[in-house]
Design a protein around this ligand. Structure first.
Ligand code: XLS
Ligand code: NI
Ligand code: NI
Length: 437
């Protein structure tokens, strides 16, 4: 096959290398915290941003060529597949993620769209075999087409609901066919613009019913991977129902879906919800629903999903700290749901974007492992709650203390004399010491 990217295979050369087409921190076979870096990080390429997104925004058309020499609708999509696998091969990325409409053009009917999907799926199967690549997760684009203007599972139009169900059924079948480890529900246009025209209860009931149908169908056709919900608070709608991890977790419990889903957490969505990335990961971890990650970063001065390649090392350290504390990825991984800036329109920029993201998370992993190994911060947190290890505290922790006992204890105290400092600045010093030593 003709080479599309005039680029070498990217190799690890270490932090001293000045070669920008090398990894400074990502050394795939090096063992960190008990596993190789490639197993710990499980990097994935996002099909949509990388192979389809040409940089169009609301003020202008695309700036980059994402036809990769293809000619005619199906041929362009085939060339994108070829480009994607060459890219994964050269970057040493083991997984990819896609929406149905990323991989094949939508036809005039569901049947025609499905035919296009099947044709491209055969090509993907053979490329996956040739290059030894795997599918991290699949999903359906139920937001781009005008029919989804009022949502898909939450549309007030029952025909649209049926259309979405049929589309998702096929996307799940494709995911299973390609051996996917996960299937993602991202809310798309599932939300509202104004409550003046919205029956919130009916929309949530319908969305939950659609998820139930899909989960049951997936299990019936042998899908063993994880179902994920990817929270996002806003954009494209003013209020997306899957606002954040806590909101989604309440929704799942309310509809009896909590055993069926885990979270796919995206950094930029966390910050749009007014949380840190780490907060969302922590909420998922302590509720046992941590699953996978969409690695990117937003611009803190902007209120939308800029989906930039992640380069903030504090964020990647805190993220990998949560991943390690969760016991690492099982079916999930780190999908770069990230795009190069509109001005970075050359093919080379895709390499620089992925290298930046991969190296940032590799460094994040190294430093998170160092943080845990150092142990001072974990020990500080542990000691901060030491009062729950004996006496009245142990009774509270064991849920044995009655309200009367607590009152008696408090009366005997007179006043609290023993609070200790939270030492935030002291801990921040330790963190910087570990990160920059
Ligand atoms: C959009 C989402 C989307 C999902 C997959 O904001 O991040 O790309 O990851 O549908
Ligand atoms: Ni995403
Ligand atoms: Ni996003």
């Amino acid at each position: 096959m003709a080479e599309i990217f005039k680029m070498p295979k990217i190799k690890y050369e270490g932090p001293k290398s000045t070669n920008q087409l090398s990894f400074k921190f990502y050394n795939p076979d090096e063992v960190i915290a008990g596993k190789t870096m490639r197993e710990q990080l499980k990097f994935a390429l996002s099909y949509w941003h990388t192979l389809n997104g040409a940089g169009a925004d609301m003020f202008g058309v695309g700036t980059s060529d994402r036809a990769f020499g293809g000619n005619g609708a199906m041929d362009v999509f085939k060339q994108r597949a070829n480009a994607g696998f060459e890219l994964m091969d050269k970057l040493g990325i083991d997984y990819f993620c896609f929406h149905d409409r990323d991989i094949a053009p939508e036809g005039a009917s569901i049947a025609e769209s499905n035919k296009n999907l099947d044709e491209i799926a055969s090509l993907l199967e053979s490329l996956m075999k040739d290059y030894g690549k795997k599918l991290l997760w699949g999903t359906a684009n139920c937001f781009g087409h005008p029919r989804y203007m009022h949502g898909a599972g939450t549309s007030p139009n029952a025909d649209v609901f049926a259309f979405a169900a049929a589309q998702i059924k096929k996307a799940l079948e494709l995911t299973v066919r390609l051996g996917g480890n996960g299937y993602v529900f991202w809310g798309g246009r599932e939300g509202y613009e104004t409550l003046l025209n919205t029956d919130m209860k009916a929309e949530l009931d319908n969305m939950a019913y659609l998820m139930r149908l899909i989960v049951d169908y997936g299990r019936s056709i042998g899908f063993k991977g994880d179902f994920y919900i990817e929270p996002k608070p806003k954009e494209p709608t003013k209020h997306q129902y899957d606002f954040d991890v806590a909101t989604v977790s309440n929704f799942l419990r309310a509809y009896g879906l909590d055993k069926d889903f885990k979270m796919n957490i995206e950094a930029n969505h966390a910050t749009l919800a007014g949380h840190t990335f780490q907060h969302e990961l922590r909420v998922a971890r302590i509720n046992g629903i941590f699953g996978s990650i969409d690695a990117n970063q937003g611009d803190m001065l902007l209120g939308w999903d800029t989906d930039q390649f992640p380069t903030n090392i504090y964020d990647s350290v805190f993220c990998m700290y949560e991943v390690l504390k969760a016991g690492g990825f099982t079916n999930g991984g780190l999908n770069f749901d990230a795009k190069v800036r509109r001005g970075s329109f050359e093919h080379d920029d895709l390499f620089h974007g992925y290298i930046a993201g991969m190296d940032s998370f590799a460094l994040g992993l190294r430093l998170a492992a160092k943080l845990i190994e150092d142990g001072r911060i974990d020990k500080f947190v542990d000691e901060r709650y030491a009062s729950y290890k004996s006496g009245i505290g142990a009774d509270i922790a064991a849920k044995k203390a009655t309200l009367e006992q607590l009152e008696k204890h408090a009366l005997a105290l007179g006043e609290i004399s023993s609070n200790t400092s939270g030492r935030q600045e002291y801990l921040e010093n330790i963190l910087n010491g570990i990160m920059f030593s």
